[in-house]
Write a protein that binds this ligand. Sequence first.
Ligand code: PEP
Ligand code: MG
Length: 570
Amino acid sequence: MILCNLVHMTSAARDTSHSALTGVPVVPGVAYAPVIRPGRLPGIDQLVSVGEVAESDRDQEAARFTAAAEAVAQRLRERAAHATGAASEVLGATAQLATDRAWLGAAEKRIRQGVPPVKATAEAVEQFVEMFTKMGGLMAERVADLRDIRDRVIAELSGLPEPGVPVPEVPSVLLAEDLAPADTAGLDPALIVGLATTLGGPTSHTAIIARQLAIPCVVAVTGLDDVPAGARVLLDGTGGTVAVDPDEGTAEAAVAAAKEAAAAAASWHGPGATSDGHAVGVLANVQDGAAARAARDTPAEGVGLFRTELCFLNAESEPSVEEQARIYSDVLEAFSGRKVVIRTLDAGSDKPLKFAGHPEEANPALGVRGIRVSFNNPAILDNQLAGIAAAAEQTGNSPWVMAPMIATADEAKDFAAKVRAHGLVPGVMIEVPAAALLADRILEHVDFLSIGTNDLAQYTMAADRMSPDLATLTDPWQPGVLLLVAMTAKAGAAVGKPVGVCGEAAADPLLACVLTGLGITSLSAASAAVTAVGAKLASVTLEQCQRAAEAVLATSSATEARAAALAALG
Ligand code: PEP
Ligand code: MG
């Protein structure tokens, strides 16, 4: 409700409708087009046949099921081969899930007991949906993938067309309750010009892929389910609104203005600075060499966050120092002679690594994750630092190295000593409120700080960053979060050490200006956001940023904070 008021207030200048629905803005941009909705299977209940498979047919039916699952996986693999970046990875991961022995085995077992294949598919998937939901975090996010695979396999078994997003004849805005990552990854930005979902958070897969595809996107939109296919909507990915049947002239003017702004942004080539020349590093977040090479095609000046754990999510055992050195070198070479910040493994919580030996935990987001994994297993960190040092030597590009989830000054001190022993530059991430509060004491040990606003928001607001129901709380515009950012930046300025932001907050052009006003020295964002962030920064003065920052810190809600920034920065 607060968010509704906020968006109505802040977008008053471009308010186009009496009935704007509101959600959490994820990818900026404006689209005005008719609605399409993803196709659904005609009610799984109707397809689930009753009765039992005759004993003599069971082998054949099990084989038919296996073939259907393989056909689905093969189609997903083909789509992965034709996609790039995160989209390709998501499609590949969904294909892998389609051939996962655990759920396939559960379904086959049922078929061999006489359960018809469609019913066995539905039951086996539901068993794993329950298990994943209980596990929470990233596993819970995979529920959408599992249900997506279920529907595709059932359609294959029933001889029905594959469910999913239809290919529209005219550019359209896609509205859905939630989208399977495989569907989002396959979207054509020329035909799907906007995207809004009822569920999903700002860091969900849908959001990440929409950002990569640069499709204006709003998630967690209340009331979206009532908007029928065919209705015309004006979607504003900056303000976070979906206006149903808006005044046509006003809507077209809003689209034209957004296009003009995007064209102006596209001509920005860096380096990052305000219009009056205050330098702010504009950097890219990457997860491997391929992403780093893609980032090099943007005006990003370097890499502000290399999420190393994402290289090893499927690794069965700890990669050797040599193997790690090869992977890190790939990124260091892509940005040869330029700044690269490598983050040591942020294993645990929603990103468990098989070789990290995670304990069973009731509350993994508050458990042994990030730097804490090395407390009982120091070799993991030592080996990684050895791999990074080897990569630095091989490439001649010496990275800065930072630890995730630091909570105390002692942790920072120990980490810094280890990093320095390898001749590397140490820093830490500020993601835990205690670390922001003690940033001055942490800075006695390290050379730089980088604020992870995704986790800082999660822990400050006591709200799971994966929960769509809590998306308005994990909004980085929350003034409580921004006050901690301000404290951290001030501590860095006092001792002349850099303080960057590498969470999703840095990908929001308006918020990037506010962060600059708070004293942040570099902004690291997804490659797709780099140009928009740099261009916005280049259009405002440092004084405007500082005024916006001051105004934002005086507000009491994320809604008010956005409105205050818009008023100061336009
Ligand atoms: C963050 O928490 O803001 C961050 C950058 O780390 P991650 O999103 O990988 O947890
Ligand atoms: Mg984090």
